[in-house]
Design a protein. Structure first.
Length: 194
């Protein structure tokens, strides 16, 4: 590490500020067994922004029976607020793989959100209130083996029959990459969707 710092300081004017504790709304907690990357303050600020700081927690990001529809509802939701909250949730999903699927689904309705979509966003925010302390653990003594898992449904989107794919990549015991999103084309079989 010293050689890298010396090489950089020979070409650039740098200042060593010591161990990192907070960067771009990500809190870094140092422990003897590794690092914890979390966004506790970011979650609390988000809940404060939407007047849900004192909300009752929810045990899961979404209900298992949650269905989404394109908005044909007469009562509209403030689209600007919806898009702003979804954008913040998307940023939060960089340290929270547990909300990636819900954020991906809710992002599909940013052009015309309805009351049912906003209720689902509020459910997700209640889950975050309940789990604000969670984050990614980067273990100090972890294997350097890459392991990836993926899964897809088949024609899971009721509107255009596209499949939804999710994956997570681990380096040792720590997740380093994850995603949940719709496929670009319609699969003609479950094998093709995978």
């Amino acid at each position: 590490m010293k050689s890298i710092i010396n090489a950089l300081s020979s070409r650039f004017s740098i200042k060593d500020l010591g161990l990192i504790h907070y960067f771009l709304a990500v809190e870094v907690t140092h422990a003897s067994d590794g690092l914890l990357l979390s966004q506790h303050k970011y979650v609390k600020d988000l809940l404060q922004d939407v007047n849900m700081a004192e909300c009752k927690g929810a045990p899961t990001p979404m209900t298992s029976t949650c269905t989404f529809e394109t908005s044909r509802e007469d009562s509209k939701v403030d689209g600007t607020l919806y898009r702003r909250v979804i954008g913040k949730l998307h940023y939060l999903s960089f340290t929270r793989p547990d909300i990636a699927f819900a954020v991906s689904k809710l992002s599909q309705f940013m052009h015309q959100p309805g009351v049912s979509h906003w209720k689902t966003v509020k459910r997700l925010l209640r889950y975050l209130c309940h789990t604000a302390h969670l984050g990614i653990k980067l273990a100090k003594k972890s294997a350097t083996q890459l392991v990836a898992y993926s899964d897809s449904d088949w024609a899971g989107d009721p509107f255009d029959r596209t499949s939804i794919t999710g994956y997570v990549v681990y380096l040792g015991d720590s997740p380093i990459s994850w995603s949940s999103k719709k496929q670009r084309s319609v699969s003609r079989s479950s094998t093709e969707a995978e």
